[in-house]
Design a protein around this ligand. Structure first.
Ligand SMILES: C[S@@+](CC[C@H](N)C(=O)[O-])C[C@H]1O[C@@H](n2cnc3c(N)ncnc32)[C@H](O)[C@@H]1O
Length: 274
């Protein structure tokens, strides 16, 4: 197998946990795309497990508990373990969805030391924040009981491609060295190579916003601001020019809205039984 190109990045996880935590209240209203992705996972899980048969469930990155609630409804007698790096997200989930065993922990650490098995492991819109994603996916597979199922949804490389383009144009216009302000997403090739036995499904979900400011605010309200360590501030001239490029390039003629691509990517894997 060819070597997996490593796209690890230096992430300030404390800052990430704080950012998500500070948005626990606004998160659900600000994330219709993540909701659609969660629905895709649920549809697939429902068709994979039409008769239940799931006793132990692990949800990685449960956030406010939106998907946890649906999992609980789908498998009422299962034991659900739901983990998240943010205390505030877990507090919110506990209030909204009592019952599951909640744990505040970095999932990358949790998976590393895990010595239990699960019939179903689910993760939605979370693993794009992992530093060593290949290892984490490997650990999720090992933590599946024989015949167990992994359903994972994340974002891939075309996510926010319009924003990256608009920043590039603004940097070039100001004759400044281009910096990346969009969270570096894993490529589909990387995800495929990480788990070649999995079925991989891609879906571009287009969201529309009144203007660039509203779009950027929605990213903030979702807590999904870039938490890469060592981020330099965006130069004022770049901040001034970027929205003009965004609108010039990505506002359809006659439309009042700008477009933003969310490149969703799903991995579905069943561990062979026995
Ligand atoms: C975009 S939200 C998704 C929440 C939920 N899965 C949903 O579908 O709405 C990402 C969540 O992942 C959590 N997260 C990010 N990195 C994590 C890590 N290393 N370990 C555990 N949770 C993490 C964040 O705190 C946040 O609650």
């Amino acid at each position: 197998m060819p070597a997996i190109k490593n796209t690890e990045f230096d992430l300030d996880k404390k800052a990430l946990a704080n950012r998500f935590g500070s948005r626990a209240e606004s998160y659900e209203a600000a994330t219709p795309v993540q909701k659609v992705m969660g629905q895709c996972l649920l549809d697939r899980i429902r068709s994979e497990q039409p008769n239940g048969g799931v006793r132990e469930i692990l949800e990685v990155g449960c956030g406010t508990g939106r998907l946890t609630r649906a999992l609980k409804a789908l498998f009422p007698s299962a034991n659900i373990t739901a983990i998240d790096i943010s205390q505030e997200m877990i507090d919110h989930a506990k209030k909204q969805v009592p019952g599951p065993a909640y744990l505040v922990i970095d999932a990358e650490e949790y998976l590393q030391s895990l010595n239990r098995q699960f019939d179903l492991i689910v993760s939605n819109a979370t693993v794009q924040w992992f530093v060593h994603l290949d290892k984490a996916i490997g650990r999720m597979c090992s933590a599946l009981a024989p015949g167990g199922f992994l359903a994972l949804g994340t974002f891939a490389e075309r996510t926010f491609c319009e924003l990256a383009d608009a920043f590039n144009c603004a940097y070039q216009k100001n004759q400044l060295a281009v910096q990346n302000h969009v969270v570096p997403m894993k490529s589909v090739d990387y995800l495929r190579q990480t788990l070649p036995e999995a079925e991989l499904v891609e879906r571009d979900i287009l969201a529309h916003f009144a203007d660039v400011r509203t779009f950027l605010q929605s990213i903030k309200d979702a807590g999904a601001v870039n938490s890469q360590a060592g981020q330099r501030p965006i130069p004022r001239t770049v901040l001034r020019d970027m929205p003009h490029y965004y609108e010039a390039l990505y506002k359809k003629p006659g439309s009042r809205e700008i477009q933003a691509t969310y490149h969703a990517c799903f991995l579905f894997y069943r561990r062979p039984p026995g």
